[in-house]
Structure formats: structure tokens, C-alpha cells
Design a protein around this ligand. Structure first.
Ligand code: NAP
Length: 280
């Protein structure tokens, strides 16, 4: 039942963006909580990002998610940023403040940590060394999340070493860069392995990684969610590791965004998971 409260609109801005599952997630919660609101796809060309972002406030929107390729450009248009977004160097969510100013957040880090705790509720970053493969936008969020959670050691490995070196500047004591060719040996004694490359994603070859050195109690996370079980996760599961796919991160990053726009903290329920899974 809709009430008399003013209509609230939010959406996801990107290009291309029609493949995004965010409208399914947010509209599920809007329905569940009986809100007078809606969430849509906003396809915006690169040369119109500034106009679109500046128009959010004038149009009375609650805010929007920002996806590729606009995460960096949109960040430069914010009036203020959360400390974590500043550290990560990209935003994935804009909240229009009451005075019309724009505040940028990055909730990917929170979503990633919560996805690990879905599978292992007592997981802690201090459990042991983490191996992170990749140095793109998603890897930045993962590295910042793990540092914030108190991890003692991150072994950061990227095909293009220079990009890993740049990311490691964030904390030269706790983040050590290893060479891409050394990735198999770097798994020794690790408590967590995270694939934040695109290898294993639909249309891409599988990640080439020999898991022999990885302890069987290590948690293995792949940020990819299409397919839900990448060849890396299948291989890890077979040898007894607990595995975490990318769907949890996608769902959990949406929780704080929804709360910031609509004032209700939603739940990631089995019904929501089923609804999103039905679209794959
Ligand atoms: P990105 O910024 O484009 O980074 C891509 C990464 O993949 C880079 O580290 C790149 O290494 C590496 N890579 C590309 N081709 C490779 C190859 N042939 N061999 C080895 N490494 C290769 O992308 P992103 O935004 O970080 O996204 C990375 C992955 O995370 C994607 O699969 C994306 O779908 C997923 N993701 C999931 C969520 C979620 O909510 N679950 C959120 C964000 C991203 P170089 O630097 O050498 O090019």
C-alpha cells in the first residue's frame, strides 16, 4: 500500500547499464517495505556525466549508483566524499543531501566483507595472510576493505606489476607486491584468496592458478558472479576450500545505499537471492 509521502527516485548510472541487476534488488526492497519510490536504469554517455550528475539534485532524486565507466568522473563532481571512497579513489553511490549537495560513497568494500561473513560468520581479516589477484577498481575496494578490517599482510599480484605497485602505495608495510609469475607459490600459508581480475568471467578464459600450495582451510573468494561458480571456485571447492562467489558482494553493497536513500535498512533474504538468480 503506497502512502502519502513524497515519491523518491534513485537508479544506476553507467554505459552500458541495462545489464545491471541493481533495479531488481532495489525495487524488490521498495515493494517489500511498501515505499512510494522507484529505481531505474540511467544510461548516460561519457560526455553527459557531468550534466546528469549535476541534474540529480534539481530533479529531486534521492541519489544513484554509479557504475563503469563513470566511477572516477563522478567522484570529481562530488561536494563531499566518505573517507573510504576517498581512500579507494572511486565512488559507487551518490546521496543527494537535504541542502542539495552531493555526497559520494563506495559501498563495494562493505559488500565484499559481508559476502565473506555470509559463508564464514566468524571470518576475521587477522586470520592470516590474504592473496589478492588484480589491481583494478574492484581490487582497490578489496584491499582497502581488508586493511580497514585489520589484515596484517596482503600479497598483491597483478598481471601488470606497475598497477599493483601503485595500489600498494596505500600501505607499504602491510601490502607486498609479488610478481604475476609467482602467484602459485604466493598462496603458501594464506588464509584468504581473492580473485578480483576478470579471468573466469563469462566470455573470458579461466584464471590460470595452481592451488596446490593453498591451505585447505583458506577461504576462496571470486568477485565474478556471471558465472556464479567460476572454474577457480569449482577447483577450490573440489579440494575442500570454502568458496564465496560475487553475488553476495553485489547484494550487500546495495544495503547501505538503500538505507541512505530511503531511510530503511533492508535484508538480503533468500527470496531476493532467488529473484536475482532467476535473471542469470
Ligand atoms: P578493471 O578495473 O578493468 O580491472 C581488471 C583486472 O583484471 C586488472 O587487474 C587486469 O590486470 C586483470 N586482467 C584483465 N585481463 C587479464 C588477463 N588476461 N590475465 C590476468 N589478469 C587480467 O575491472 P574491475 O572493475 O576491477 O572488475 C574486476 C572483476 O570484478 C570483474 O570480473 C567484475 O565483474 C568483478 N566485480 C564484481 C563486483 C561485485 O559486486 N561482485 C563489483 C565490482 C567488480 P591488468 O592491470 O594487467 O590489465
Amino acid at each position: 500500500m503506497l502512502d502519502n509521502k513524497p515519491f523518491r527516485l534513485a537508479g544506476v548510472m553507467g554505459m552500458p547499464v541495462l545489464q545491471s541487476r541493481s533495479p531488481i534488488i532495489h525495487n524488490h526492497w521498495i515493494q517489500e517495505h511498501g515505499l512510494n519510490a522507484a529505481y531505474g536504469h540511467f544510461p548516460v554517455r561519457i560526455d553527459r556525466v557531468e550534466d546528469a550528475v549535476r541534474g540529480l539534485s534539481a530533479l529531486g532524486l534521492a541519489g544513484c549508483n554509479i557504475t563503469q565507466p563513470h566511477k572516477l568522473a563522478a567522484m570529481g563532481l562530488m561536494d563531499s566524499l566518505s573517507p573510504l571512497a576517498q581512500r579507494i579513489g572511486a565512488i559507487n553511490c551518490i546521496v543527494v543531501q537535504e541542502n542539495g549537495s552531493l555526497h559520494g560513497f563506495n559501498f563495494d568494500a562493505e559488500g565484499f566483507i559481508q559476502s565473506l561473513r555470509d559463508e564464514r560468520p566468524h571470518w576475521q581479516a587477522v586470520d592470516g595472510p590474504a592473496v589478492v589477484l588484480g589491481a583494478g577498481g574492484a581490487a582497490r575496494a578489496v584491499v582497502c576493505a581488508l586493511l580497514e578490517q585489520g589484515v596484517h599482510e596482503i600479497r598483491l599480484i597483478n598481471r601488470t606489476r606497475d598497477k599493483a605497485e601503485q595500489l600498494a602505495d596505500i600501505d607499504r608495510i602491510r601490502v607486498q607486491v609479488h610478481d604475476w609469475t609467482q602467484r602459485h607459490h604466493a598462496l603458501e600459508g594464506a588464509a584468504l584468496l581473492v580473485n578480483s581480475t576478470n579471468q573466469g568471467m563469462y566470455g573470458q578464459p579461466a584464471l590460470e592458478l595452481n592451488l596446490d600450495a593453498l591451505p585447505r582451510q583458506a577461504l576462496v573468494s571470486d568477485l565474478i558472479y556471471v558465472p556464479l561458480e567460476t572454474p577457480l571456485l569449482a577447483q577450490a571447492r573440489l579440494r575442500g576450500n570454502t568458496v564465496v562467489n560475487g553475488l553476495g558482494m553485489l547484494l550487500h553493497q546495495a544495503v547501505p545505499a538503500f538505507e541512505a536513500w530511503f531511510g530503511v535498512r533492508p535484508q538480503v533474504s533468500d527470496a531476493l537471492r532467488k529473484r536475482v538468480l532467476a535473471t542469470f
